[in-house]
Design a protein around this ligand. Sequence first.
Ligand SMILES: [Cu+2]
Length: 185
Amino acid sequence: MSRVLAMFAATLMILLGARLALAHGEPIRGEASLTPAQPRVGEEARIVVSLHGGSSGAPLEGAEVKVVGEMTGHTMTPVEASLVAEGDGGQYSGTLRFTMAGPWNLRLQIAHQGEHAEQVIAMTVLEEEGQRDSSTLRQVFSFTLEGDPPPYPLLVLGAAGTLIVGLVTIAIVRRGVAAASEVSR
Ligand SMILES: [Cu+2]
């Protein structure tokens, strides 16, 4: 009986394993958390980003996840952090320290195998002497990783190549038609 159970468990694991593959082009479901939700100036804020396939649930492993914090409304030096993979491979975390109180945008830059995506999270930074916030800001989002369009010179070369191939084909066909009509004469 225990042997049957073990075989059943093994089969189930194989099936689950097969299901847990991330399909290329599959929409990614992201979950970001920032603790505290409203950090004070200079206080360490921890950001955790988890990325999984929207339909397969497979973790997006080996991604490069960077967070760039920018104040809204005026130009100021951004704060940045490169997140480090942890947990099941679909989770990335890091810390940020903010330099001024007020409204900020966190730009999550996600790169994976030459494709990328960006998500923006709005948040607020409190005064240095303000009361400590112990809550967590959570945001769920969905995106599809996209590759770069081919560079302009490549597009021009591609168009020129297609045109030349087309012209040569027409010339060959015309010559063939001319030869055939000469033979029939
Ligand atoms: Cu500022």
